[in-house]
Design a protein around this ligand. Structure first.
Ligand code: ARG
Length: 464
């Protein structure tokens, strides 16, 4: 028996039922669904719609259903369309006809919207905590490598020397923004508890929606019932945040894939975080990194796909909205599966400073050569040109910049002095960029990264 069969004389076709049913993926909303129902039963009693005894029966029964789920003993019935019908059906079996009072003044439309929000509000801190683990792995490595110098790139061409700590922290801050973004999104969700919106027009019972919202951990009820049952902004926002995390992880992964290639040899991947080839014994494959890169596409796809689902939907609830859950859960599961191995991989990463140093080319100090001329009073545009000519001259002579003689330099400009040799020092080039956020200021960056990480309360509890 379904919950809505009253006006129908024919059963739903089996193929339609299979298409329609969502229990196989929305069962994981059971905790949120039961918590929401308990709050609703309480609100109904407060409004005088049900008695205190009925409220107690409903709540006790709901807790028994929850216990069955938690123990893995919940047995779905073939008629369970979704988690909401499954919980209500089981409640009826356990406590009898009073179960039928729970859905008074409520619709699955405001119910599912509330459930998903509750699930998300619970999921975000867990994701943040895993991101924090990766952030701290990056930070610990950065602390070890404030003095290790590597080629920094633009256009993936050697550009200027940077410290390994600087490179690591570039990824740290991108992912830190992701944590902030998730928390900010989640904070706005607290202002729109949908429960009490009914199917679309609101509820006819005198429910105190403010109190109901607060009971569920929200700050306020949703301001418009028609909007509330169709609003999936929180799903789209989560999918965007997840997609951007995917993008950030894929960029970190790509850097490391390149650095681990023997032609670079900047890093060695720990054996526990790489895989072998079934054919070529010499290979050490960066599979977890490739999967991080690959899954970014899947995460971005979920966002794009779900935005297409939403576009052009008519007012109110439409069944299309049931399509929110699979991408949502998959995006979450993908990140939950990805972050721990990436964190372990970063922790176990070995940097090879000699290889990085060997990859430094004095051409990467050409900007410093221009800055040297600037310090001697040459306008930067002209200095840039002269430094370029020096690079050409060195190339023509087949030597490095530092191997050009003062006489060579003087053929280009009188502004060059004997102290030009001081330019050709990679450590000094790094140290010169000591302004806020520069590679010569990684000490300050590390302090700020620490302050950022300890300044947030990374809750790892698991409610639903
Ligand atoms: N399983 C549905 C969903 O996820 C629940 C809401 C169903 N509402 C309805 N009017 N059929 O969207």
């Amino acid at each position: 028996m379904t919950l809505w069969g009253g006006a129908f004389s024919q059963p739903t076709d089996d193929t339609v039922r299979r298409l329609n049913d969502s229990l196989r993926f929305d069962w994981r909303l059971y905790g949120a669904d039961i918590t929401g129902s308990i709050a609703w039963a309480t609100a109904l009693a407060e409004a005088g719609v049900i008695t205190a005894t009925e409220r107690e029966m409903l709540i006790n029964g709901l807790e028994r259903v929850r216990a069955e789920f938690v123990a893995g003993q919940f047995v779905p019935a073939p008629t369970d369309e979704d988690i909401h019908t499954a919980v209500e059906r089981r409640l009826g079996e356990l406590i009898g006809p009073v179960a039928g009072k729970l859905h008074t003044g409520r619709s699955r439309n405001d119910q599912v919207a509330t459930d998903v929000l509750l699930w998300l509000l619970d999921a975000v801190p867990r994701l943040s905590a895993l991101l924090a683990g990766l952030l701290s792995a990056l930070l610990i490595q950065a602390e070890q490598h404030t003095g290790t110098i590597m080629p920094g790139t633009t256009h993936f061409q050697p550009a200027q020397p940077v410290t390994v700590a600087h490179w690591l922290l570039s990824h740290f801050w991108a992912l830190a923004r992701d944590v902030t973004r998730l928390e900010q999104f989640a904070d706005t969700w607290r202002d729109k508890c949908p429960l009490g919106s009914g199917a679309l027009a609101g509820t006819p019972y005198p429910i105190d929606r403010q109190r109901l919202a607060e009971r569920l951990g929200f700050r306020a009820p949703s301001p418009n019932s028609l909007d509330a049952v169709a609003d999936r902004d929180h799903v789209a926002e989560f999918l965007f945040a997840a997609a951007l995390i995917g993008v950030h992880l894929s960029r970190l992964a790509e850097d490391l894939i390149v650095f681990a290639n023997p032609a670079f040899g900047f890093v060695r991947l720990d054996e526990r975080y790489s895989t072998g080839s079934s054919l070529m014994p010499q290979k050490r494959n960066p599979d977890p990194l490739e999967l991080a890169r690959g899954k970014a596409g899947r995460l971005a796809g979920h966002l794009a796909g779900f935005l297409m689902t939403l576009k052009g939907l008519p007012s109110g609830y439409n069944k299309d909205l049931q399509e929110d859950k699979e991408p949502l859960f998959d995006a979450y599961d993908t990140l939950i599966a990805l972050l721990p191995p990436l964190t372990g991989l970063v922790r176990a990463l070995t940097f090879v400073p000699e290889r990085m140093r060997a990859a430094l080319d004095e051409g990467m100090l050409a900007t410093d050569l221009a800055d040297y001329l600037v310090s001697r009073g040459v306008p930067f545009r002209q200095a840039h040109g002269l430094a370029g000519q020096a690079v050409r001259l060195a190339e023509a002579k087949g030597v490095s910049l530092s191997a050009l003689t003062l006489a060579d330099y003087r053929t280009l400009s009188d502004a060059f002095g004997l102290d030009v040799t001081q330019v050709f020092d990679f450590d000094a080039a790094v140290a010169r960029r000591g302004g806020f956020g520069g590679t010569g200021e990684v000490g300050g960056q590390i302090e700020r990264a620490h302050a950022w990480l300890t300044g947030r309360d990374m809750d790892t509890s698991d409610t639903f």
